[in-house]
Design a protein around this ligand. Structure first.
Ligand SMILES: NC(=O)c1ccc[n+]([C@@H]2O[C@H](COP(=O)([O-])OP(=O)(O)OC[C@H]3O[C@@H](n4cnc5c(N)ncnc54)[C@H](OP(=O)(O)O)[C@@H]3O)[C@@H](O)[C@H]2O)c1
Length: 237
């Protein structure tokens, strides 16, 4: 009773912006005391997706990792996770958000509106973490090393379904083209992200906290794409 907990409510009965949620006990993870509620709130969707994507990217120290959609909720975790694992990170996002993304530790930032994936060819990336897949993943074939991993974490649902069905036919050599599956250890991965935050290895990129009453304007900001990183809702405000 009274424990501070974190959960992906999508795994139970769903829910959004409520003060109370009904969650199966097996899906609860204890919130480390040193992790704030705001930080913890960023974990069950964006942090979790980034951790699942990062694991599929098989990032090792010294790897060169390209993060597409780097300025978003998932991409911000992707950049920070790859840096925490010792990778050299190239972030792709809009130019207006480049300074903030660089402040998260990205080694270089590329504007996807002026530089196409094809123009990065020959850079020899070990992994592409794609949180904004709206075109064919095969455009990253030329930027990946022969044994590189491309992981579709977010973007078009159609692209995700296509990759799930036909992923084995993408790429050349020993390249792998993968996407997230439902068969993952959700609570274990939430715990992994919370532990990294507790150890100071990852700091969630929270642009601002808003009250429940401010949720509609926060959603408008997301729709206008003026958010960099995450917005969290705090019902104590
Ligand atoms: N599989 C899962 O469990 C899971 C979990 C969470 C999210 N997702 C998915 O992951 C994706 C990202 O979520 P998010 O919360 O990070 O969204 P977000 O915060 O809105 O960020 C979107 C990112 O995508 C970039 N972007 C948008 N349109 C683009 C385009 N046409 N070309 C290139 N980049 C573009 C944005 O760049 P700029 O703003 O800099 O232009 C931004 O970096 C969504 O599709 C979401 O549904 C999946």
């Amino acid at each position: 009773m009274g424990d501070a907990v974190v959960a992906d409510v999508r795994k139970s009965f769903g829910g959004a912006f409520g003060e109370y949620a009904v969650v199966r006990a097996a899906h609860l993870v204890k919130k480390p005391a040193c992790v704030s509620f705001g930080q913890a709130a960023t974990v069950p969707i964006s942090g979790l997706a980034a951790m699942m994507g990062g694991l599929l990217c098989e990032i090792k120290p010294g790897d060169r990792v390209l993060v597409n959609g780097a300025s978003g909720g998932v991409g911000s975790f992707g950049v920070k996770l790859a840096k925490a694992l010792g990778a050299h990170v190239t972030a792709m996002c809009s130019a207006e958000k480049a300074d903030v993304v660089k402040s998260w530790g990205a080694d270089e930032v590329v504007d996807y509106k002026t530089t196409s994936a094809e123009e990065l060819q020959g850079n020899g990336y070990d992994a592409v973490f794609d949180a904004a897949c709206f075109e064919s993943p095969s455009r990253f074939e030329g930027v990946l090393k022969d044994n590189g991993r491309y992981v579709l974490v977010g973007g078009s649902f159609y692209r995700m379904l296509r990759l799930k069905a036909f992923g084995r036919w993408y790429g050349r050599g020993a390249q792998q083209f993968k996407t997230l599956t439902q068969e993952v250890e959700v609570t274990a991965n939430i715990e992994r992200v919370l532990e990294m935050i507790a150890r100071g290895q990852i700091e969630p990129a929270i642009q601002r906290a808003v009250s429940l009453a401010e949720v509609p304007s926060a959603i408008q900001s997301l729709e206008r794409r003026t958010v960099v990183g995450k917005i969290v809702v705090n019902n104590q405000m």
